[in-house]
Design a protein around this ligand. Structure first.
Ligand code: FES
Ligand SMILES: [Fe+2]
Length: 419
């Protein structure tokens, strides 16, 4: 009997390690079939995805182009002030409708054959619909209402705009659960965009997604945090997850060090505790406790690709956009409040140097993600070990010395992916 040709496939069958969400097999970061499944089941599935700030489309006619996963997406503000999201893919033959990152328009006009759409995404006009001198033209039963752009659901929270392909996922605020409190804590007033930074990370999107959920590494990898006291393991801190475990934020309070002998013993071996480092201009460390709760750093991550950070007075969103199994774009949007005075804006801009592609803190995150990918090699074998703070989804309490949020990520990932 001839062998089953399928059994000759080079790829071994994919089965998750028996330990479950305390392991992440390295093939999940490399396999193109897994990547395609993620696009369908996560990015076009039952999740909300961050598109931008309301402040980026402030007036009727304003639009922004962006992505959800690999899907090209358009965010618009219509004449009545309402927000709309849709695929930025012409309903005729698939051309990209709007090409600029931002703009203002009365109609969404496709250059290929001049179909034009309203700001809500409905087809307004198809060029030469009735032909010319009795020739050509679209079929007599062509129904304009059936050929609009593919519309997405839009929800907002405190000036953040999210969209989803799903009609089933609960409203955004419900979906974020207890983690919405971390957004409300920071985004209290109308926002003002200060600038952008986009970096291409040569790593699978999940390698980066794990990183800001990982409170364990923050004070170890990042020399700057520990050395200059913005965030230390010994400070008062906490970690909050929503009931589903999809979303998380953690925080720390500078100046609340509680020394203990085991902390001293461990910290003396950390690379990040380096008393020899000094800043040429320590002004970057001067921050105002603007929310009056003593929190110096708060990092919030929403599944699958959104981060909101407050690092001293630096405020920014991060949008994670997969670009194939081995790379992703990370879009940083720095902002302040519309009523900030000049001094506060200067402080926020100075502290923006801590974050972003070349940030004194953040530069190490992308570097580690890229080194992980190099070390995984072809990823046909091997898996990560995720048991800091326990082996379950709830254990580890609220301590930052825990990989609880990473376990919860893989738990939800496996549910969505049916892996
Ligand atoms: S592809 Fe847009 S009008 Fe033809
Ligand atoms: Fe980090």
């Amino acid at each position: 009997m001839n062998p089953d040709p399928c059994s000759l496939s080079a790829s071994p069958p994919r089965s998750w390690p028996s330990e479950g969400y305390t392991r992440a097999p390295y093939w999940a970061y490399r396999d193109p079939d897994i990547y395609a499944r993620e696009q369908a089941r996560i990015f076009r599935g039952k999740s909300w995805h961050y598109l931008g700030l309301e402040a980026e489309v402030p007036e009727p006619g304003c639009y922004k182009t962006t992505y959800i996963g690999e899907a090209s997406v358009l965010l618009t503000r219509a004449e009545d002030g309402s927000l709309h999201a849709m695929l930025n893919r012409c309903a005729h033959r698939g051309n990209m409708v709007m090409r600029e990152a931002f703009g203002k328009a009365r109609k969404l006009y496709c250059v290929y054959h001049a179909w034009s759409f309203t700001l809500e995404g409905d087809l307004a006009r198809a060029a030469f619909q009735h032909g010319l001198r009795g020739e050509g033209g679209l079929p007599k039963d062509f129904d304009t209402a059936q050929h609009g752009l593919r519309k997405l659901r839009v929800n907002t929270l405190c000036g953040l705009v999210f969209a989803t392909f799903s009609d089933e996922v609960e409203p955004l605020e419900e979906w974020l659960g207890d983690v919405a409190a971390g957004i409300r804590r920071v985004l209290r007033k109308p926002l003002k965009v200060l600038g952008y930074d986009t970096q291409r990370i040569h790593a699978n999107w999940k390698a980066y997604h794990e990183n800001p959920r990982d409170s364990y590494h923050a004070n170890i990898l990042h020399t700057f945090y520990g050395t200059f006291g913005l965030s230390r393991q010994s400070q008062e801190s906490g970690m909050i997850l929503d009931a589903s475990g999809r979303h998380v934020y953690f925080y720390t309070k500078a100046g609340t060090e509680k020394e203990s002998s085991d902390y001293k013993e461990t910290s003396s071996s950390l690379r990040s505790v380096n008393d020899g480092l000094r800043l040429e201009d320590p002004g970057i460390l001067k921050w105002t406790d603007e929310f009056q709760d003593g929190i110096s750093v708060q990092i919030l991550t929403a599944y699958p690709g959104f981060v909101l950070h407050q690092i001293a007075n630096s405020l920014a969103t991060r949008q994670l956009l997969p670009k194939g199994p081995g790379q992703a774009d990370l879009v940083w949007t720095y902002f302040g409040f519309a009523d900030d005075d000049e001094q506060m804006t200067r402080t926020r801009l100075a502290q923006a140097n801590l974050a972003g592609s070349a940030g004194m803190i953040s530069v190490e995150d992308a570097a580690v993600c890229e080194m992980m990918m190099r070390a995984m090699g072809d990823a046909q074998e091997g898996e990560s070990y995720i048991e800091m703070g326990g082996r379950d989804l709830d254990g580890g309490g609220a301590t930052k010395l825990s990989e609880r949020a990473i376990r919860n990520f893989w738990h939800n990932y496996r549910l969505d992916m049916e892996l």
